[in-house]
Design a protein. Structure first.
Length: 321
């Protein structure tokens, strides 16, 4: 019995030492953060802000790589196929969970082909209308949609603008006409010009237009009110739609077979970076509501988003093309 107990304790010590060794020897070469979008966007900015601080903490070069195309599918596919050794991370946004329901180019399952390192936060959208639209509340807009054709602009199919509008229409039992653009700036220009009626617009951009009276803000799309626009109600509050919650979320993932000790080390370091006041300041100035998540929390969040948007797309009659 004593011998068995000694053997058990010895194995436990060996496993603990092995874990410590794995964490202690990692990293011993440069790390890569893949951004599946072009330089200068919010995902790219997040990767560079966090990557710079990770470089200092880990003592290794952190290289941000922009692998663009197919709405983010090319970069995500490259990250999925990377060696599962923790040296390649992917900076993700809602498309990570949405694209598999939209395009056949997205060959990954976000719940099995990747595992979370950290959730970072959410950028809310604001339902805004052109002042020519004769409504002053979200309830009035939804009521008008029952008898009028309400057009809404987005940065494209599968973007958070699109998801916000589609879910709102489904939950409220109304129809909107979706007008997708090549990007958010083009949609905003047409909204300001009165060519479309409404748009779920990024809060950081919406705030300035609301302040100048160029747009009317009706509600915030996230479950909680936006720090940037605290007087605006949420969609759930304004329209009596409990459970409505859409925002542009961000985080980091790695290939699904990266070992637990490496995931834990990366998660620890990213969490430490997000806790730095200068990092938090840069991210909040981008309009983000910081909401750090552990690997397990982020995995659950992404899985829920994957299921949620697959159902929404199916209800909308949108099939992968």
């Amino acid at each position: 019995m004593k011998r068995l107990k000694s053997l058990t304790l010895g194995l436990a010590a060996l496993l603990t030492a092995g874990t410590a060794l794995a964490q202690g020897s990692f990293p011993d070469k440069p790390l890569h953060i893949i951004v599946p979008f072009t330089p200068g966007g919010i995902v790219d900015n997040i990767a560079r802000i966090v990557g710079e601080k990770l470089q200092s903490r880990l003592g290794q070069t952190v290289i941000v790589e922009n692998k663009t195309g197919a709405g983010g599918a090319i970069g995500t596919d490259a990250a999925m196929r990377a060696a599962p050794d923790g040296y390649t991370m992917l900076c993700v946004s809602p498309g990570h969970a949405v694209l598999p329901s939209l395009t056949k180019a997205a060959k990954w399952n976000p719940t099995t082909d990747f595992r979370g390192i950290a959730g970072i936060g959410i950028v809310p959208n604001v339902v805004v209308v052109n002042p020519r639209v004769p409504v002053n509340s979200l309830k009035e807009l939804l009521e008008r949609a029952k008898t009028h054709n309400i057009t809404y602009g987005t940065a494209g199919i599968g973007t958070s603008n699109h998801l916000s509008g589609e879910l709102l229409a489904q939950m409220a039992g109304v129809k909107f006409t979706h007008v997708p653009y090549k990007g958010q700036p083009e949609a905003v220009n047409d909204l300001l010009g009165g060519n479309i009626d409404m748009m779920p617009l990024t809060a950081a951009i919406a705030k300035g237009h609301i302040a100048t009276g160029k747009l009317k803000g009706l509600a915030v799309t996230t479950a909680k009110r936006a720090t940037a626009l605290p007087d605006l109600p949420t969609v759930a509050e304004a329209a009596g739609l409990p459970g409505y919650d859409v925002g542009t979320w961000f985080g980091f993932v790695v290939p699904g077979k990266v070992p637990d000790p490496i995931v834990a080390r990366l998660a620890q370091e990213v969490a430490a970076v997000l806790a730095m006041p200068e990092v938090a300041d840069k991210l909040t100035r981008m309009g983000m509501e910081l909401a750090p998540q552990t690997p397990a929390q982020f995995d659950r969040y992404v899985a829920a988003e994957f299921i949620k948007w697959a159902k929404v797309m199916k209800s909308a009659g949108i099939e992968p093309n």
